[in-house]
Every structure is written in C-alpha cells, then in structure tokens.
Design a protein around this ligand. Structure first.
Ligand code: NAD
Ligand code: UDP
Ligand code: UDP
Length: 311
C-alpha cells in the first residue's frame, strides 16, 4: 500500500485516477481548489477511510508525506484555462515547482500530466515525443501550452539537478463520464447539444481532426507509466491514435444518442490546431499499453452519463 497524492483529484481525470488507485489498495490524498473540479466527482469515495480530501491551491506550498505524486491540477479546456490565463500559468509553473519541491523533500516519485498541446499546431503528423512542437508564445492558448511546456522543463531540470524520479505523460484529448458539461470541449458540447436536440456547433468547416481516448484507457496508461523503472522518464504520449474529423464525431454522437439535432457552423477559434494524432509506439514498447475502448463504445458510456446528469 502506497500513500499517493493526486493534485486536481476532484476533476474529470483526477477523480477516475483516485478511484482506480484506491481500488488497487492505496491510500489517496486528493488535493483540489475546486476551480473546475467538483465534490460530486469524488462524493462516492468520501466514505473510504483510505481516501482524504484537502482543499488547497497548488500555487501555494504544500507540506505532506507521500510516496507518489500525480500532478494533474490545471484547468484543461480552452474555456476554463482562458477564463483567468494568469492563474493558469501560475498553476502549471508555481504548481510544478511546489510539487517538485515536495517530491524532493520526501523523495517521492512524481508524474506530470502534460498535454499534446505542447506540440501546438504541429507540422509533423502523427506526433512523436521527439517533435519539439510549434506553439505560439503570445496567443490565447499560450497560458496553457507554454505553462505546460515550462512545467516539463522544470520536471527535467529537477531530474538532472536533484536526481528526482520523474515521469511525464503527454495526454491527448480524453473523454468520458464526469467531463464538465460546460467546459466547451467538443465531446461534452456535442453530447449535451444532442441530448437537448439543440443545434450542434461545428467550429470552422469541421474537417479539423482530433484523436479521442476513453478515460479508462488513459488512467491505465498513467498508472503503468508511474510503475515503470526509475530510469524511464518519458515524455510519453498517451492517447488513442484513431483520428476523426469534428464532422465525423458529430455524426456519431447524433447516431448513438438518437438525436434530432442539426449541424450549424461557427467561426473557428484562434490558433485551433488543424490535426492531432498521437504516435503511441513508445507507450506500446515501454508501458505495454494501447487503448482498448472504441470511440462508439466510449461515446455510448459518456452519453448515458450525461443523460442522467441532465435528467
Ligand atoms: P479538469 O478541469 O476536470 O481537472 C483539473 C482539476 O484541477 C480540477 O479539479 C480543478 O479544480 C483543479 N485545479 C485547477 N487549478 C488548481 C490549483 N491551482 N490548485 C489545485 N487544484 C487545481 O480537467 P481534466 O480534463 O481532468 O485534466 C486533468 C489534467 O490532465 C490537467 O492537468 C490537464 O492539463 C491534463 N490533460 C487533460 C486532457 C483531457 O483531454 N482531458 C488532455 C491533456 C492534458
Ligand atoms: N515545497 C513544498 N512542499 C515541500 C517542500 C517544498 O510546497 O514539502 C515548495 C517550497 O515552497 C519551495 C518549492 O517547493 O518554494 C521548491 O522547493 P525546492 O526545495 O526545490 O526549492 P527551495 O525551497 O530551495 O526554493
Ligand atoms: N469544437 C467544435 N465545436 C464545439 C467545440 C469544439 O467544432 O462545440 C472543435 C474545436 O474548434 C477543435 C476541436 O473541436 O477543433 C476540439 O476542441 P476541444 O476544445 O475539445 O479540444 P482542443 O482544441 O483543446 O483539442
């Protein structure tokens, strides 16, 4: 049994991670400031004596004793991370410094939830970990993209300078139950619109692509990464290589939910990447991991979650 800190543990991915770590027999300390997270996501864990919830902002120092740290605290959807961009950068950068300082003091292994956004609007396709990315440093997505890139830099400098045991995963678009209904992300938007039989908003021509990973697969990959030998740091891509245009996604959501919604076209947001697809060769080799849940199956689970939430 390990004592494991999960920052951002009341969020979408964090709550699934807490649940999985508990089910594997660990003690879990969930730290969250509830900016985008919700107590509802972890309410079912509060009765477990091995689970502890702490309201705390990771931009401030944290003194606890743990064996492992999963650093997920950070708003993840463009609507939320652009709401207070300065706080977004602080969360990634000061949050990383504090969690790395904590890991250094207690000699904990620490995993950073990085993102495919470090590749920006890529000119290499699919993206391999060796690709350095094409990120606008001064645009509206920069608070998130550059914050996450700086966090990666900090992780590797603490590794080189202080010999910390670090793990960096670059997460590609992930979806599933407990996504925030108003976070503006494409999967939650389309599902909520479809269930209300409202127009489905396609930004741009809908030909831009994304690769969608179901949350259970993602959590499996993250935990496998944490358990790799200490010399393996990553960064490693975790995502589902199945690539779909936003038009294809809309058609699937309409079909699976049995919706009467129509498609409407809206302006494409600034700096919106044209395409994104992970090369997961490294994860296959080093983690013996690949996603198992097909998009239709994952969408069906997510749709039934939102159906209950909206009822
Ligand atoms: P989320 O918004 O549901 O979860 C983030 C959590 O962090 C929330 O509970 C929020 O309240 C908390 N938080 C934010 N700022 C904080 C702070 N200063 N101190 C403490 N807690 C804070 O988003 P998510 O989709 O679960 O994302 C989790 C992590 O995974 C994020 O770091 C995100 O960048 C990364 N990620 C997610 C995706 C995805 O597709 N979901 C893709 C790439 C990377
Ligand atoms: N820190 C923390 N918890 C700890 C140890 C450190 O939050 O248990 C924070 C502390 O605020 C510090 C930061 O982590 O500013 C970086 O710590 P480090 O030891 O690397 O640097 P220093 O303390 O020398 O600035
Ligand atoms: N998108 C869309 N309609 C929506 C929400 C998003 O067409 O209602 C598009 C968006 O422009 C982007 C893609 O879907 O091209 C994925 O957007 P999301 O915000 O989910 O993730 P990210 O852009 O960070 O990958």
């Amino acid at each position: 049994m390990k004592q494991i800190l999960v920052t951002g543990g009341a969020g979408f991915l964090g709550s699934h991670l807490c649940e999985r770590l508990l089910s594997l027999g660990n003690e879990v300390l969930c730290v969250d400031n509830f900016f985008t997270g919700n107590k509802r996501n972890i309410a079912h864990l509060l009765n477990d004596s091995r689970f502890e919830l702490m309201r705390h902002d990771v931009t401030f120092p944290l003194y606890v004793e743990v064996d492992q740290i999963y650093n997920l605290a950070c708003p993840a959807s463009p609507v939320h991370y652009q709401f207070d961009p300065v706080q977004t950068t602080k969360t990634s950068v000061h949050g990383a410094i504090n969690m790395l300082g904590l890991a250094k003091r207690v000699k904990a292994r620490i995993l950073q939830a990085s993102t495919s956004e470090v590749y920006g609007d890529p000119e290499v396709h699919p993206q391999q970990e060796s690709y350095w990315g094409r990120v606008n440093p001064i645009g509206i997505r920069s608070c998130y993209d550059e914050g996450k890139r700086c966090a990666e830099t900090l992780f590797f400098d603490y590794w080189r300078q202080h010999k910390l045991q670090i793990k960096v995963v670059r997460i590609f678009n992930t979806y599933g139950p407990r996504m925030h209904p108003n976070d503006g992300r494409v999967v939650s938007n389309f599902i909520v619109q479809a269930l209300k039989n409202e127009d489905i908003t396609i930004y741009g021509d809908g030909m831009q692509t994304r690769s969608f990973c179901y949350v259970d697969d993602l959590i499996d990959g993250m935990i496998r990464m944490m358990e790799t030998p200490s010399e393996f740091t990553g960064p490693v891509n975790i995502g589902n290589p199945g690539e779909f245009s936003m038009l294809e996604l809309a058609e699937r959501v309409i079909r699976i939910s049995g919706s009467k919604s129509k498609l409407v076209f809206r302006a494409l947001p600034q700096d919106d990447p044209r395409q994104r697809q992970p090369d997961i060769g490294l994860a296959k080799r080093e983690l013996d991991w690949e996603p198992k849940v097909h998009l239709d199956e994952g969408l069906a689970n997510t749709i039934s979650y939102f159906r209950q939430l909206l009822a």
